[in-house]
Design a protein around this ligand. Structure first.
Ligand SMILES: Cc1ncc(COP(=O)(O)O)c(C=O)c1O
Length: 493
């Protein structure tokens, strides 16, 4: 691909009411979708494009930043801005097995596998047929992936002989690939010696709990929070201590001094969606250093941010006090059963001993296949495509539910804040109309429940189904939607 920048076929209208940044972003997206701008092509510098369009350089920079955050553009350090590898221009014949074809029937307009448009246009709805629309949180879109890459990884994994004594840390090859992946996607500077391959977050939590928690020890969990974390610690004999959360994440003031562990989701609080601000991260770490608690950082969907880059992981700020858990469950599929646990080497060695004692391991062939996908960049490409797709689904929710939506522009779910009284009937009525949702109640710092709402996941429903589901919710919400902003600014109920 030529390294000279393309002549961009775009213009903006200064008389229009739409902001110039938005106009420019829209024009560039259209050019990329339609193939006028192709993967790998270099965009003009912000200065050159600003001059060409007679607009301020800030407008161009902001439009580029937005497209970069959405995954359309790639920045190569020191060498300009390029159209990302979107796999949207090659009209190659789809390589699908008959089974896969069947599984896709009626999927609406989700992202397509490699070789077919990853950004199908227009968003035409295909055969809905009145089936249930599942907008419950927690599940990713697993129906579209690069099948050739998937098969290649497993074929190559199958070429290798099975091992006879599983390493409790996992395969060195995968640990090296994960170290590189964490460096690039999360700016976490760790080596293979800091990484254990798990079967996912649940497995990682259990290994931490079995290593650190003695019967009766107190384990803090976010409230509201991930039910599996609570269950795992309770099953290992911990006394569960619910820890309040607000719109930014876990509240540090008031955390008890006698917690052995604290489970938290700082990148994207589950389910409220806050991103823990840096000063609060520092206060949280200061609390852990003072009390001796170990923080368990669940980084479950940190790859999916649609506006700004994720904040540095807690683990990077204080590796001695923080165990980080990652998973392929959101970025690829829960079924694979591969995740990672990052900790300082002494703590990791203790966890490895626990693992051997428990006879626990991750499948070797699964580790090989994941290592191959990471080494070849297949997972990166998948993430880029899915980032675009989820950003569009999230935008479809926000378009309709607007000011009722809370949570950062990230992840695979949003919370829709509502008066307590309407939540149960809304869940029921939505289910009667074929739309499944979840709900949550948020505790105030003093323990009184004071905020309620729906938790709406857009991971496992296609864009078309998300739109349909949200239209049903909007109908049911009626007056709350009209008064939403006012209701919230009055402090809710
Ligand atoms: C908060 C949170 N953490 C982690 C996970 C993934 O867990 P696992 O890796 O065990 O599949 C989920 C999945 O729903 C989740 O909601």
């Amino acid at each position: 691909m030529p390294r000279t920048p393309v002549d961009l076929p775009v213009s903006v209208d200064r008389q229009a009411s739409v902001a110039l940044t938005v106009q420019l972003g829209d024009r560039l997206r259209t050019a990329m979708r339609e193939g006028t701008l192709k993967s790998g092509e270099r965009l003009p510098s912000t200065r050159a494009l600003a001059r060409q369009l007679s607009i301020s350089r800030t407008v161009v920079t902001e439009a580029y930043q937005q497209l970069y955050a959405e995954g359309w553009l790639d920045g190569r350090h020191g060498s300009g801005t390029y159209v990302a590898d979107l796999v949207i221009h090659t009209p190659a014949a789809p390589r699908r097995s008959p089974g896969a074809q069947e599984a896709r029937a009626g999927d609406g307009d989700g992202p397509a596998p490699s070789g077919a448009p990853a950004v199908p246009l227009p968003a035409a709805a295909r055969g809905h047929g009145g089936q249930v629309i599942d907008l419950r949180p927690g599940r990713p879109w697993v129906r579209d992936y690069d099948e050739a890459a998937w098969r290649r990884a497993w074929r190559r994994a199958a070429d290798l002989p099975p091992g006879d004594s599983p390493d409790p840390y996992g395969l060195p090859r995968l640990r090296r690939a994960l170290a590189e992946h964490l460096r690039r996607t999360r700016a976490i500077a760790v080596g293979p010696e800091n990484i254990m391959v798990t079967r996912g977050t649940g497995n990682g939590l259990d290994l931490v709990a079995a290593t650190l928690v003695r019967a009766g020890a107190r384990a803090g969990v976010e409230d509201p929070g991930y039910r599996v974390a609570r269950n795992v610690f309770a099953a290992r004999g911990a006394e569960i201590v619910p820890c309040p959360v607000d719109e930014d994440g876990v509240v540090v003031e008031g955390l008890p001094d006698d917690l052995r562990v604290l489970y938290t989701t700082p990148a994207h609080q589950y389910p409220l969606g806050g991103r823990l601000p840096v000063p609060r991260r520092e206060r949280l770490l200061a609390w852990a250093r003072r009390t001796g608690a170990i923080i368990v950082e669940d980084d479950y969907d940190a790859e999916f941010r649609y506006d700004v880059a994720p904040l540095p992981a807690l683990h990077g700020l204080d590796p001695e006090r923080v165990v980080l858990l990652g998973t392929l469950s959101k970025s690829l599929a829960p079924d694979i059963g591969v995740g990672w646990l990052v900790a300082e080497p002494d703590l990791l060695a203790a966890v490895a001993r626990t693992r051997e004692n428990l006879g626990d391991r991750t499948s070797g062939p699964a580790q090989q296949a994941v290592a191959i996908m990471l080494e070849r960049g297949d997972l990166d490409r998948h993430l880029r495509r899915m980032r675009l797709e989820y950003a569009r689904r999230r935008a479809a929710v926000v378009d309709v539910l607007g000011s009722l939506v809370t949570g950062d522009t990230a992840g695979l779910h949003v919370m829709v804040e509502l008066p307590a009284a309407v939540v149960p009937s809304l869940l029921k009525e939505a289910a009667e109309r074929g739309v499944l949702l979840d709900s949550t109640a948020v505790r105030h710092h003093h323990g009184d429940v004071h905020r309620h709402g729906l938790v709406l996941g857009y991971g496992s429903a296609s864009l078309a189904d998300v739109r349909r589901g949200v239209a049903v919710i909007a109908e049911l919400l009626g007056p709350w939607l009209a008064d939403g902003a006012e209701w919230r600014s009055n402090g809710g109920l």
